[in-house]
Design a protein. Sequence first.
Length: 392
Amino acid sequence: MATAIEGLAALLTVAGMAYMVLALLGSRAFVAATKRARESPEYAPPVSLLKPLKGVDPRMYAGLASHCRQVYPAPFELVFGVHKLDDPAVAEVERLRDEFPGVAIKLVECPQRLGTSGKVSNLVQMLPHASHEHIIINDSDIFVSPAYLAGVMRCFRDLPDQKPVGMVTAPYIGRTGVGNRGTTIWARLEALGISTDFMPGVLTARMLEGGIHFGLGSTLAMTQSALAAGGGLQPLVEYLADDYEMGKRIAMAGFRVELCGEVVETTVPGYGIKGFWDHQMRWARSTRDSRKMGYVGLGLTYCVPWGVLTVVASGGALWSFTLLTMAVLARVSVALTVGVGLLRDDQVLRDLWLLPLRDCFGLLVWLWSFAGDTVVWRGESFHLRDGRITRV
């Protein structure tokens, strides 16, 4: 039995290192594609940005203002949606109007609750107020560069002998310590995971699957016609991973989904351990329901924890330490290549020493995600089944 455990742990470590090689190759392929896209002619159609709001977060106004500072040659507008006009976010929208009088800004009251997801319910009611064929949906805390719109819209250029582009999505990093709050270790672990675990997984899937076939909530840019062909927003009001489903349905409708080179930022709250665990479990179980087979294989990617288990199972044999060292080097190579080189996330260097702890938690979350179907979202508990959520 001991020999079998030792052999299995070593095999899993090697499998994890093989995945790291694939992640590096996926990163290289994405860099090449991004370079080609940036060298292509400009494409700048008018755009409507849809941003559902609820309450005020520490970095929300800075994120909203960054969307108003776009260097973009065509008209664009911001459409904000709130459930009620007494929401504190309304004051921030008025502040934007005062600071950026030249930007077209609309505020839409969305009184109906069409399903479990308040965000998607708002989006359904906001969409008729969008003036343009091209729309972008992203969260209220997303912070972008002045070249964001130009970089995203350029990807909508049709290429010869390829399907038309129906959606463009974007990579992102998690920013910690926002609003002068203390940066907890749990927030740092989550941000580190986004840049060095989640995004390498996206790039690997892109390479292996010949493109991506889902959306990332950091940016969901699409044409209204592609969205309608995918069934529209209404069917997504009960889904937890509405961003994933939106991209998946647009891809199934015969459109291409592109991952652009514009990296955006989201804000990671100053979690305690419970908040961190609840958020990680929500992500994990959402991914498990969305990509069932791929999620099972996710357990193979944690080469460092499996390498540690190999050392323990072998009784500290010299060869096991060699294998663990190779696993650590492979893991650090991916973290630096994707997190620092591609995403330009300076926090990765600060928190690189936390990488083994992050991976151990990642493996634990992966294992525990199969133990139930409950997720916590905005302080409420829900049952998750086949991507849909119902209140407990």
